[in-house]
Design a protein around this ligand. Structure first.
Ligand SMILES: Cc1cc2nc3c(=O)[nH]c(=O)nc-3n(C[C@H](O)[C@H](O)[C@H](O)COP(=O)(O)O)c2cc1C
Length: 222
């Protein structure tokens, strides 16, 4: 462990363009060994983690591309949320910020197409981590998976590896089940692309904003 947690928290960001350079297996093992220190409900450690790179990942990427071209509907194991207007507003702000660094309009279909296709290529990442859990588990175990998801991203940052948490990595779970031998009794919750940032990527300059402390947090009695 080297990087301060605070520094990793501020430096981690969703990288949406990766170089083809492989992440060495030892580095992945070090990242995941650190991340496995994540707390969970009564130490149940409900996560089952699959890591794909090389040929298997390229096969998955190819099928994603075929299904994207054929406009096959997505089918995540965990349903998409129903966002309220204030959440949708934040999505709009995110989209506007991403468009601004590209000097593009959010009205421009090319902007949305590029984003869609980059997502469907897993941002060209050389490695993908899939977080799964037993289908019978519920919200509290997803909570634990969320915690380890952030741990993986921070540990990756510590090891000089960039990341992108992406639902787009798990939109065709049947493909992941067959390509990675993920048992049917596991729900495939979320994917994390890992690799090294391509600074030539179209949105490299983009940094997402956060709600101010005073809005997101209510202090009581201090
Ligand atoms: C559960 C989850 C799913 C996400 N799915 C996607 C995705 O499919 N595509 C994408 O570009 N970003 C995705 N993101 C990244 C978020 O958009 C990003 O974390 C957020 O905008 C904050 O930006 P930052 O990660 O750069 O700090 C996802 C993040 C989370 C936590």
């Amino acid at each position: 462990m080297s990087m301060e947690v605070g520094k990793a928290l501020w430096e981690r960001r969703t990288v949406r363009a990766f170089l083809p350079d492989r992440v060495p297996r030892e580095t992945l093992e070090a990242i995941l060994t650190d991340a496995l220190r994540t707390p969970s409900w009564a130490n149940t450690q409900p996560w089952e983690i699959f890591v794909a790179a090389g040929e298997p990942l390229e096969r998955i990427r190819k099928i994603w591309d075929e299904r994207t071209q054929a406009k096959i509907p997505t089918d995540t194991d965990i349903p998409f949320p129903n966002f309220k207007p204030e959440h949708r507003e934040r999505i709009k702000e995110l989209t506007a910020g991403r468009a601004a660094v590209r000097d593009m309009s959010t009205e421009d279909p090319a902007f949305h197409r590029d984003f869609h296709l980059a997502n469907r290529r897993f941002f060209d990442a050389p490695c993908a981590v899939y977080l799964c859990m037993d289908q019978s588990l519920g919200a509290w175990s997803i909570f634990d998976l969320g915690a380890i998801c952030q741990s993986i991203c921070l540990a990756a940052q510590d090891h000089g590896v960039d990341s992108a948490i992406a639902i787009n990595l798990v939109i065709y779970p049947d493909v992941l089940r067959s390509e990675l031998q993920i048992p049917r009794d596991l729900a495939i919750v979320i994917g994390i692309a890992l690799g090294y940032v391509d600074h030539a990527g179209p949105e490299d300059a983009f940094r997402s904003e956060r709600r101010p402390l005073g809005e997101a947090v209510k202090f009581v009695g201090l």
